[in-house]
Design a binder for this molecule. Structure first.
Ligand code: GBH
Length: 493
């Protein structure tokens, strides 16, 4: 029989399965200080510590989507996507961070975008927070300050009220792990507060409560009239044991997955709620050894365990890659104290194929394992893949990206069909090459190439545009052979 794809197997997506593409405000909009927008934490970081950005670029202009939203929508139309996932810039809408002053031009911009999407039959999937916190709120401590629960409540209330008539799907937070661990436990993301093992856990306490309050607000006040859905996108580097026969490594990989994904998923998606038991225990033990009176990770009390449980209509998953667990003990790169040291395992990225991003190794089977694990660990939740994608240096004939999509989507089909994992939709990261945080423009994930040396920021479709379009139109994986790199010869027998 003829093989339809490179991996023999399923090619057709279930009826009703939807496809989209994602971006984030700070990565594409630019216009960082015009029309009333205030400074956010990424503006501050890139302007004061440009040496932290791989190529010295910043989000001042980015893809200039603030001025080029018509082009953005034309690209979405060319891709044929069912939905567009984008995020709102808090500091563009509410420059003080609070609701005491509303920036009319921010409202105008998003309404214009939402209207264009509606005209073109593209559903918006809107993220409230994709990392660009108003600097004024960071000055008060940002996500380490419990007051943020109120500020986020007010901001989401405002957005539901203002835009909720046009938006049926909301995401509260994009990747809480990155927000807390990379930005308050490390310098990998703005505001780059390197409070390892401390600030990261203060952040998760605030963030999970803020998420829950925003969910309840929507659920009780807005859902009855607006009739939409609201959920959270959790990201995972999936951990696997370097030797699957070694039971110690198998157990440690489970610990690592609880620390990474379970940190935010367990409080929301399990019946018992609260942080994963192994996290609570490991951190309590180590905090005691450090001579602390209280564990660095504070447990939720009974009220908050209840209040946070069940606050997501879907499980949103951002997934890119798999890393390995190679041994017990303290990872040589772990600071003390830190989240990584608290896990008590040694990790490596030496697995699978390369991308332009050091951390992004191509391991499609890891995706299937993650999805099966989510089904078992979280009581078979309905799942949306809210990000998945591949970086290169900007190739127009982006065979690496096409192969990545083909192989990762094949694994989704495998788990839908063989394991009955309830995956409802898929979002590719990203519409166009954009400001890739600390990597600047040096790592490119887009369907469209963006020339950042040209003030007009021209966008050029890569080969993957055709691939994704064909996939969406036919609701099945395209014949992969048509998109294979002709320079790679396969041995014939
Ligand atoms: C997503 O995060 C983001 O939501 C999106 O904004 C971003 O553009 C996209 O990925 C592509 O990166 O070890 O210092 O090299 C994905 C999460 C981000 C997790 C990078 C691993 C490694 C940082 N990943 N991180 S480092």
């Amino acid at each position: 029989a003829l093989c339809h794809s490179s991996i023999a197997g399923y090619t057709k997506f279930p009826p009703g399965f939807t496809f989209g593409v994602a971006t984030a405000s700070h990565q594409i909009e630019g216009a960082w200080n015009v029309s009333g927008k205030s400074e956010n934490v990424w503006d501050r970081l890139t302007h004061t510590r440009p040496e932290l950005i791989a190529d010295g670029t910043n989000g001042d202009i980015a893809c200039d989507s603030y001025h080029r939203l018509h082009e953005d929508v034309e690209e979405l139309v060319a891709l044929g996507v069912h939905f567009y996932r984008f995020s709102l810039s808090w500091s563009r809408i509410l420059p003080t961070g609070r609701i005491d002053y509303v920036n009319p031009d921010g409202i105008r911009y998003y309404n214009e975008l939402l209207d264009l999407l509606a005209e073109n039959n593209i559903e918006p999937l809107v993220t409230l927070f994709h990392w660009d916190l108003p600097q004024s709120l960071q000055d008060l401590g940002g996500w380490a300050n419990p007051k943020m629960i109120d500020y986020f409540y007010d901001y989401s209330d405002f957005c539901f009220k203002e835009f909720g008539g046009k938006i049926k799907s909301w995401i509260t937070f994009n990747e809480p792990y990155e927000i807390c661990e990379d930005a308050y436990g490390d310098e990998k993301k703005a505001p780059a507060i390197d409070s390892h093992g401390v600030g990261n856990y203060l952040c998760s306490d605030t963030l999970l409560k803020a998420h829950a309050e925003s969910y309840h607000l929507y659920n009780e006040t807005y859902r009855p009239v607006q009739n939409g859905r609201i959920f959270i996108s959790i990201n995972s580097i999936w951990y696997e044991p370097s030797d699957p026969e070694n039971s110690e490594l198998v157990a440690l990989a489970e610990v690592a997955n609880q620390f990474k994904f379970g940190w935010f998923a367990h409080p929301i998606f399990t019946v018992e709620g609260g942080y994963p038991k192994v996290m609570v225990e490991n951190i309590a033990r180590q905090s005691e050894a450090e001579g602390l009176r209280k564990p660095r990770l504070e447990q939720f009390d009974a009220y908050w365990i209840q209040r946070i449980k069940g606050t997501s209509d879907f499980l949103g998953i951002n997934h890119y890659t798999t890393h390995l667990i190679t041994g017990a003990g303290v990872d040589p790169i772990a600071k003390s104290p830190s989240w990584l040291k608290d896990i008590g395992a040694v990790t490596t990225m030496e697995v699978g194929g390369d991308s332009a991003s050091e951390w992004l190794r191509v391991v499609p089977t890891g995706f299937a394992n993650l999805l099966r694990w989510c089904k078992i660990s979280y009581n078979d939740p309905p799942i949306y893949i809210t990000e998945n994608g591949f970086s290169d240096r900007g190739d127009l004939e982006d065979y690496g990206r096409i192969k990545y999509f083909n192989d990762y989507l094949s694994e989704i089909l495998n788990v839908i069909n063989d394991d009955k994992v309830n995956v409802l939709g898929y979002t590719a990261w990203t519409l166009m090459d954009n400001f890739e945080w600390r990597a600047g423009f040096s790592e490119r994930f887009g369907f469209y190439y963006v020339n950042i040396t040209d003030p007009a920021r021209p966008r050029t479709p890569k080969l993957s545009v055709q691939y994704y379009r064909e996939l969406i139109d036919n609701h099945e994986l395209p014949h992969f052979d048509r998109y294979k790199d002709p320079s790679v010869r396969t041995a014939r027998r």
